[in-house]
Design a protein around this ligand. Sequence first.
Ligand code: URA
Length: 190
Amino acid sequence: MVGTEDAYTAEPFVPRRGGLPALRRAAADCRGCPLHREATQTVFGAGEATARLMLVGEQPGDQEDRQGEPFVGPAGRLLDRALAEAGLDPADTYVTNAVKHFKFTRAEPRKRRIHKSLIVVLGATAGKALLGSSFRVTQVRGTVLEEEIHGRPERLVPTVHPSSVLRAEDRDGAFRGLVSDLRVAAQALG
Ligand code: URA
């Protein structure tokens, strides 16, 4: 484990080369913070590295921790439904989380930049991880942002986290809002 409680860092575990496969191997052994102690396994990203759309969630939940795959629980099922309604093919996405261990308590960029790719930021944790602590999902949801991330220009569409739709009093309205934001992403992809 590296760092103090206030300033843990996974940086020493990040390989300098080798792309996504090397990152996946390194993430499996990451001891950059205490979360690895309780979690069953690292939940890395899933999907094709060449996918035109990357979705970044918060952290794995119980089912993701058991299965080792992101968004395989209720939030993932809702997300798949919302993607389909927005005209986006879940099979053509790369899905990952800002945090890679289930907490019983950062986004892997693709191996190389693909022209016209897009990142959907699912909720505040992913937004703060990618865009900084001043990120407010309510202020920028459903808009296309152009930001530099790890030195590379990226286009991002923030929206709410699918779990917040499951918790919402007006679940249908919240779902429609998520789909509407994802349609912005679909349109931006062209
Ligand atoms: N919520 C997330 O943010 N990620 C998952 O993988 C599952 C639920």
